[in-house]
Design a protein around this ligand. Sequence first.
Ligand SMILES: [Zn+2]
Ligand SMILES: [Zn+2]
Length: 370
Amino acid sequence: MAETVLAAVRTAPGTTELCEFAMPDVPDDGALLKMEVAGICGTDVKMYAHPVIEAPVIMGHENVGTIVRAGRAFVERQGLGEGDRVFVEHYVACYQCEWCRLGEYRHCEATDWRTNPNARRYGYTSCEHPYHLWGGFAQYLYLPWNCVIHKVPDVVTQEEAGIITPLSNGVEWALNDAGVGFMSTVLIQGPGQQGLSQVVACRQAGAALIVVTGTGRDATRLELAKRLGADRTVNVDEEDALNAALELTGGKGVDVVLDCTAAAGTAPVLLGIEALKRRAGTLLVQGELAKFPDFPLKLLTEKAITIKSARGHSFRAVELAIELLASKRFPLHLLSTHEYGLEDVDTAIRAVGGEVDESVVHVSLLPWRA
Ligand SMILES: [Zn+2]
Ligand SMILES: [Zn+2]
């Protein structure tokens, strides 16, 4: 094995530098992952332009690779070791709190960089911390005893492996949070990688109607939505999405609205509240806005709407997403539109942000690609 590890380090806002790190000494309770693919999402775009911490960070929080070195205690604890291909959740758990006991690592305080300066979270933790390799935009990733890993079968291709995270979110948000199931009617706003993953989760769960909205720029993504199981797509530049949702449900409105838009302001939430059925619908929000002036709280209460917050995924949701990918039931590889090597991390992140071309859906970083 090489003596050094090449990594793309975010050294300042919107700036990446390739750096070499010494190959870490793996302790008895640790392991080393040879990276295969790191998925990139909208959060990376935000964290790249406006980092929350100033210290240098190897980004990349949606990581799949093969364990190439593992200590005895690591194998004992994880039941996985050298030669195993795994998906690594970005949460590094404490395994002591109530959330970790439930497999809900996303809520563990120990993983939250907002409240805990010593938190370990892949793609967010500074490479100045011991072992340095805390992000997937690198040839290797360090795995401590308390990492959260899932076995990925070989039948899942590299392309498919790159979208485990958005699909896990699809399962978590549509099914677990919003309760989409048999004969549900669903409005999904935004046909990006996240919206399209929701389409697949809703289809698999048995939804009767899936409507996906997008803008004039989303033509290819809306086409893809149909191939993945959407019943109807709406270009909001040409058609009134509320009218469409009401018409398709015989005037009743939909059971569930999933907001998967980016930087669309208050409009998707306002539309969602209007498009939901008269009583007891569910609205899933991403909460990008710090404030919401003139929020229609009265209407929300009158319609008995439940708001759910999109917050990552549970352990179980990841397991189900990997099973769904392995089943090959949906052409999910179509989501994977762009791939870049380590030298092009900057371009790759900008591509997710829509700066490179309009056909982008999902972007993967392949750290070993020449
Ligand atoms: Zn992500
Ligand atoms: Zn915990």
